[in-house]
Ligand binder design. Structure first.
Ligand SMILES: Cc1cc2nc3c(=O)[nH]c(=O)nc-3n(C[C@H](O)[C@H](O)[C@H](O)COP(=O)(O)OP(=O)(O)OC[C@H]3O[C@@H](n4cnc5c(N)ncnc54)[C@H](O)[C@@H]3O)c2cc1C
Ligand code: SF4
Ligand code: SF4
Length: 376
């Protein structure tokens, strides 16, 4: 199989599998991300390209990647590699008040910069939450100004690629699960003159992700209730509320969740990963029994690699993070959610290929499917 731009377009973009992760952008002058779409400015005839290799939707040996990056004893079929799992939150009120949930992501990233574990980090700028994009930060104090979530796809890996091209090395990144897989592919690909050591991220902090919105469709829906350019943040309270909340700074606007879900990016329907299994450490909300206002101030944290464990231990030692034991019920719910996402991806991929057992870009015998009932 050719492994260049043409084949990437045929297998991923034209097949409507593209996640908008940005991993194929910033490597050459011919490819851009414009309004939620990959645009090819000039067709490239190379038979091999990093765009193809990094894309999370091109076929790859995921089990080989897992074995290269994680300790086999840590691997679970539901959540990927798990060294430890906690509830955590930032101790600094300033961080928590700006963060999406407990501020664990911003705290860990800022500490990694301060300690020199990384020299720069790729985060998402969400000044306009409808049009997020990746930016590079080097000042630990600036990390928190990029805290919070936009549920619109941010092509932030393009900023990582541009940073490598501009001479940055020893980079960290915050990544959605599809982006964490792209970074994992970068980490295991052999080094050569086109693929310098700087292309391997030193730290990947993953975010849990059920789905993300397509920019145009979601802006159109939001416009019925609020000027989309005023939206500074968003969140989804527990299921029983049935709403998506948009924050403008002055008011909160509720949109029906079912209506909002019609704006989910098409590529997300084929996504198997809820918890960013290919990152060093994954962070999401805390599905606690207590009321949402206090639960939203905590994160669920899955530690996957040794370097992440060292960073988390340091954050606790410096009293920047506080951790709590996670109730077993919360872990069970998370595993259930993860398996539901795998089952949904498998069903949708079979529908796409039209053949039982043909999962397009995934191997049906991958161990991650082992915990699923046949036909689930
Ligand atoms: C598209 C999306 C879907 C999500 N779905 C779920 C879910 O289903 N379940 C769940 O538990 N959690 C989900 N999350 C994660 C959740 O919203 C929080 O990011 C997470 O709990 C970490 O909280 P925090 O307070 O530690 O993060 P913060 O300290 O506030 O840091 C958040 C970081 O995320 C980055 N970021 C913001 N928007 C994006 C984006 N679009 N793409 C990439 N990075 C971004 C910011 O730059 C910042 O560095 C989702 C996040 C996103 C962006
Ligand atoms: S999934 Fe990511 S790497 Fe693949 S085509 Fe889309 S933007 Fe490019
Ligand atoms: S659902 Fe999957 S493909 Fe979509 S943004 Fe989240 S991680 Fe990426």
């Amino acid at each position: 199989m050719q492994r260049g731009q043409r084949e990437l377009d045929r297998l991923v973009v034209d097949a409507k599998l593209c996640t908008g992760c940005g991993s194929c952008v910033g490597l050459c002058p011919y490819r851009r991300f414009y309004r939620d779409r990959i645009v090819t400015l000039f067709p490239c005839d190379r038979e091999e390209g990093r765009c193809f290799d990094f894309c999370p939707r091109t076929p790859a040996d995921l089990d080989g990647i897992r074995k290269a990056l994680f300790e086999p004893a840590d691997t679970t079929p539901e959540l990927g590699a798990v060294k430890a799992i906690y509830l955590a939150r930032a101790t600094r009120e300033k961080v928590r008040s700006r963060a999406q949930h407990g501020g664990t992501v911003s705290t860990l990233l800022s500490l990694a910069l301060k300690e020199g574990l990384i020299d720069a980090a790729v985060v998402t700028d969400r000044k306009d939450a409808m049009d997020p994009f990746g930016v590079v930060v080097t000042d630990p104090e600036r990390v928190v100004s990029h805290a919070g979530s936009s549920f619109v796809v941010s092509p932030s890996v393009a900023a990582f690629n541009r940073a490598v091209r501009d001479g940055f090395a020893n980079l960290g990144a915050v990544a959605l699960p599809c982006q964490a897989l792209a970074y994992a592919k970068m980490r295991v690909l052999p080094e050569d003159e086109n693929n310098p050591p700087a292309q391997r991220p030193s730290l990947v902090i993953g975010l849990f992700c059920s789905w993300a919105f397509s920019r145009d469709r979601f802006s159109e829906l939001a416009r019925k209730s609020v000027d989309p350019y005023l939206v500074r943040g968003m969140d989804i309270p527990p299921k029983q509320y049935g709403v998506l909340q948009l924050f403008t700074g002055e008011r909160t606007v509720d949109i029906g969740l079912e209506e909002a879900k019609r704006c989910i990016r098409g590529g997300c329907h084929y996504c198997f990963d809820l918890t960013a299994e290919f990152s060093d450490i994954s962070v999401g909300s805390a599905l606690l029994e207590e009321d949402w206002e206090s639960a939203r101030g905590w994160n669920t944290v899955i530690v996957r690699t040794r370097r992440a464990r060292e960073l988390l231990d340091l954050a606790r030692k410096r009293r920047l993070l506080e951790c709590r034991e996670i109730p077993s019920q919360v872990v069970s719910e998370l595993k259930k959610g993860s398996l539901e996402k795998r089952a949904r991806a498998r069903r949708n991929l079979v529908l796409k290929s039209g053949r039982e057992g043909d999962l397009v870009y995934l191997d049906p015998n991958d161990p991650m499917f082992s915990a699923l009932q046949q036909g689930a």
